[in-house]
Design a protein around this ligand. Structure first.
Ligand code: PBG
Length: 329
């Protein structure tokens, strides 16, 4: 029945009524805070485009993680910034590398907090690409299959250090299957894989690459990361990762990719993460600093929308502030 019998506003009349019919929940236990851990440099180094985010030493990372745990945040996602880089990115699978040391320190400081480790080579290679290079018929390319070995070594090293979940972000073909097989062989069959399944070649990673010093020295990542124009291909990537043994899937970036969050959610039964990336954070912070938007309301609206879109897990640099705001309301 239509107006005047049907009046949609009836259920919006009070806060209690709105609460009763609210379809989507948002809690700190769905949030993951990314941390950039640096092998050298000052204990805390600010990142210009990302106010409130700093590059951290191992011990500061442990302190930050303990704070996140106290706020009820589910986990941290670790990125390492090595003091030396080489062609193979060997710092990625160094058992005493930044991610490995930080993992051990965080598991001590906050045992209940989930430590998720980013598995990729781009922060560790001197050329800034996500794998090993080979001269091909069309110039330098990232060699897929040789890179798989190094990614698997990295994941094993993270698991050995105590990582609760490993998260490959390189976009090589077959990496989930290769990492799963090698983890199992090494006795880490209980370590879940969160696959960056639909990861796009995105301009929204700019501030992160500045902070991690991981911008490619030549070319770009379009030879392995996805074309933002492709929807069907994103579904294929997600379903392939599921077949290869992924335990969770991810869409990245988040804000301009809500259609894919919904579609992947509908087509797979795996838990789904959305990564609200550095450039998305920078935009909100810049607009809020200029007084153009209300930061708290904007952030909670964004995170609620990602949940409504189908994300079970939200990876966001806003996690600490969001958790505080959620506990106040
Ligand atoms: C590594 C990686 C990147 C990000 C996460 N993992 C950089 C990239 O792919 O260039 C970006 C994260 C962010 O922007 O917040 N491959």
């Amino acid at each position: 029945m239509a107006f005047p019998q049907t009046r949609m506003r009836r259920l919006r009349a009070s806060a209690a009524l709105r609460g009763l019919v609210r379809e989507t929940s948002l809690g700190a236990d769905q949030l993951v805070l990314p941390l950039l851990v640096s092998e050298s440099g000052p204990p805390r180094a600010p990142i210009e485009a990302m106010p409130g985010v700093e590059r951290l030493s191992i011990s500061e990372a442990a302190a930050e993680a303990a704070q996140a745990a106290a706020l009820g945040i589910a986990g941290v996602l670790l990125f390492g910034i090595p003091s030396e880089k080489d062609a193979e990115g060997s710092g990625a699978f160094d058992d005493d590398g930044a991610v490995q040391l930080a993992t051990r320190a965080i598991k001590q400081a906050a045992p209940e907090l989930l430590v998720i480790t980013d598995v990729c080579l781009c922060e560790y290679t001197d050329h800034g690409h996500c794998g090993v290079l080979r001269e091909g018929p069309r110039g330098m390319t990232v060699e897929n299959d040789a890179t798989l070995e190094l990614l698997a070594r990295t994941a094993i090293s993270h698991a050995r250090a105590g990582a609760d979940i490993v998260a490959p972000s390189d976009m090589m073909d077959g990496r989930v299957g290769a990492i799963r097989a090698h983890l199992d062989e090494e006795g880490h069959s209980d370590t879940p894989i969160m696959a960056y399944s639909a990861k796009f070649a995105s301009a929204f990673y700019g501030p992160f690459r500045e902070a991690a010093g991981s911008a490619p020295a030549f070319g770009d990542r379009r030879g392995y990361q996805m074309d933002p124009a492709n929807r069907r291909q994103a579904l294929r990537e997600a379903l392939l990762d599921e077949q290869e043994g992924a335990d969770m899937l991810m869409v990245k970036p988040a804000l301009a990719y809500g259609d894919l969050i919904r579609e992947i959610k509908d087509q797979s039964r795996l838990p789904l993460a959305a990564y609200n990336v550095s450039g998305e954070y920078a935009m909100v912070k810049a607009a809020a600093a200029a007084g153009y938007i209300d930061e708290r309301a904007t952030v909670l609206e964004i995170l609620t929308s990602l949940r409504r879109g189908g994300a079970d897990i939200l990876i966001t640099y806003h996690a600490k502030e969001a958790a505080k705001w959620l506990s106040e309301r």
